[in-house]
Design a protein around this ligand. Structure first.
Ligand SMILES: [Zn+2]
Ligand SMILES: [Zn+2]
Length: 334
């Protein structure tokens, strides 16, 4: 069964290539290894594109205005604790203008759909969570998101080299190597029109022998990623499990669209080192990152906030719904 969520295909007008300098990033609770670098600069615009260029300029000005209007809703990044991300990672952040200058990866007319693949076995709670996350991504990025039919996770023996699974020394549970899932499971089924194909698994993951585990890994170049639910559920707090999954999904998808870690505000695009840090972050992006998303998906901030408020209301996230509604009102003010 395929589940297609509505979005405005026709709105995607700005086209870029997906060629990227670097390719792999780990879900950031483990490591974000990404130099999210730029593609080739757009060629000189022909005269017939002058109107479009003027429109784009106007859109960017409006987004800059919206940034100012929602600044009061966000906390400036606080000094990191010893175990927090910024205590061990030197990052400079990325403003909206820096993002535009980097000529980032974004959806094109040919590749604008996000595919979500449930990979392996899931219980009813996890299935519901994946469906909710699929819906959240559609609202968050204003792109068509399709949940693909679930696929069993069959791990083939390696064709030489190191194994594709191992037993984790601490949990004594099986772990699956992320490279196997990306290259051998996802790449062969990557749809032509995919802006990204993201697999969710309930299995624990590891990238290589040097690391105990990762929450996930993505390839910008190949447009595939895998995220694990294994370590997100503490089995005590269903709302917390949902919020963590939504945050990680929104964050990692942001990387797939060349968004770097945020350091200016407490933002869903800020790096996190542990689940406590993830839990402390909002499910929303800061003003600068909001503008990046509205630009890449060619959507209006007020419409986006309204959609996010509806999602939260429907899924019992009352406080978050109210805040999104207030932001929608704020960006509408002249
Ligand atoms: Zn990250
Ligand atoms: Zn941000």
């Amino acid at each position: 069964m395929h589940r297609i969520l509505p979005a405005k295909y026709a709105k995607i007008t700005k086209e870029r290539t997906f060629s990227m300098g670097l390719s792999l990033f780990f879900v950031c609770l483990a490591i974000f290894a990404g130099t999210l670098s730029s593609c080739s600069k757009p060629e000189n615009k022909p005269a017939s594109n002058m109107t479009a260029a003027r429109e784009a300029k106007k859109e960017i000005k409006e987004l800059r205005d919206s940034i100012k209007k929602i600044e009061p809703f966000f906390k400036v990044m606080s000094k990191p604790g010893t175990n927090d991300w910024l205590a061990s990672h030197t990052e400079t952040g990325q403003t909206f203008d820096e993002y535009l200058d980097a000529d980032p990866t974004k959806p094109t007319k040919e590749r604008q759909k996000i595919y979500v693949l449930p990979l392996g076995a899931f219980d009813a709670k996890q299935q519901k969570l994946i469906a909710q996350t699929t819906e959240y991504l559609a609202a968050f990025y204003d792109l068509p998101v399709e949940q693909m039919a679930a696929k069993p996770l069959v791990v083939e023996p390696p064709k030489g080299g190191t194994p594709n699974t191992r037993q984790n020394q601490l949990t004594k549970k099986r772990q699956i190597k992320t490279g196997y899932i990306l290259n051998d499971v996802l790449m062969p089924i990557l749809p032509k029109d995919a802006a990204a194909l993201i697999a969710f698994t309930a299995d624990d993951l590891y990238p290589d022998e040097s690391m105990n585990y990762v929450f996930g890994q993505g390839s910008l170049e190949n447009r595939v990623g895998v995220w694990s639910l294994f370590r997100l559920d503490d089995h005590t707090d269903e709302r917390g499990f949902l919020l963590r999954t939504l945050k990680i999904a929104a964050h990692e998808m942001g990387h797939m669209f060349s968004m770097k870690h945020c350091t200016k505000y407490e933002c869903v695009m800020s790096g996190t080192n542990h689940l406590g840090e993830t839990d402390s972050r909002p499910i929303d992006t800061c003003p600068e990152c909001m503008a990046k998303i509205c630009w890449l998906s060619d959507t209006k901030p007020a419409e986006r906030y309204t959609r996010l408020a509806e999602f939260c209301r429907k899924n019992g996230l009352t406080k978050e719904a109210e805040e999104f509604t207030r932001k929608a009102e704020a960006v509408k003010k002249i």
